[in-house]
Design a protein around this ligand. Sequence first.
Ligand code: GLU
Length: 420
Amino acid sequence: MAQPAITVSDPWEMALEQFHRAARHVPLKKGIREFLAYPKRELTVNFPVKMDDGSVRIFTGYRVHHSTVLGPTKGGIRYHPDVTLNEVRALAMWMTWKCAIAGLPYGGAKGGVVCDPKQLSAGELERLTRRYATEISVFMGPESDIPAPDVGTNPQVMAWIMDTYSMHRGYSVPAVVTGKPVSVGGSVGREEATGLGCALVAREAARAVGLPLEGARVAVQGFGNVGSVAALTLQRMGAVVVAVSDSRGGVYHPRGLDPEALLRHKRAAGTVADFPDATHVSSTDILEVPCDILVPAALEGQITVENADRVRARLVIEGANGPTTPEADDRLRQRGVLVVPDVVANSGGVIVSYFEWVQDLQAFFWTEEEVRQRLERLLVRSFRDVWRTAQERGVDLRTAALVRAIERVADALYTRGIYP
Ligand code: GLU
């Protein structure tokens, strides 16, 4: 069917291009645009980990704080073999915009370790995590920088980070990290928040363009924490999941697949690629299957100039961070495909992370109902704000979202003033 998608631009170049496109629409004082384009601080750590076979391996990790204007920095930690400093920079900048759009009192950050977590034993993963947490501890704290899960990390990894930080302090500091298991101060509803948020945003976008969700065909690239929950939720809302994929491949069925059965298969077989009674598609072919709603929920740089013209969806809901390159954004817009950008579409995760942090700081916990209602309220408000801005300024949704974010950060910056 298709050529594999090629990442045509570096994620950091992508993030900068998106930023400059939006910044043109915001009257910024001289120097402020440049200030916002730079990460505030960056840490690179090289550290040893004892492997199960007795050898010692050196790993490289990063933590980047993009902006501290609106508050402490917030953002996940990624474990993936392709992690680079530029990727972490891009992800940190996107977190700044994401938090600002949702109205959270946070700046953006991101971390990453170059490793393949699938190739590490549980013991190796724990030792790597505890050592990385120790190495970046100068950058971390409940009032300064609060990590969370991202690609390749999960609640257990967050529990190890929380425990490591707490051991160094001598007392428990649950608010240092979010996305923890509920048993150690995590919030109910955090794990499914990103995928659930994606589905809620898809519902709002479908309503805005007059696409009935009932019977709408959905394709999901990346059947992980975000994509699987988005698929399940969209199906419950009446949509039909026609295709899903993970890093090993995917499946397509024009009459629909059962997301629950796919999840069971994925748990047992480790992949959805060999799910029975469906057509096999590759993890990039899936972007081109006939569907109404496409949810890229894997990695960045998936929809590029190479394949954008073959995307057949009407709506693209970005579950992943940075799945669409700026050039592909242009192509999709010209063809009338509406892209709901990552900084809105996947913001459900960091929104519930904020709820978790608030609950930890107050040591007072909410019910699942409260978490869900507050999440929905915030997400719907963000989506409508961005939609209105796009209409008023005659720009696409990504530019509108970034315009709103840049306005908020710049406003706080002017009010705080430049020190000294
Ligand atoms: N890693 C997630 C994201 O990209 C969540 C970040 C957080 O909860 O702090 O939005």
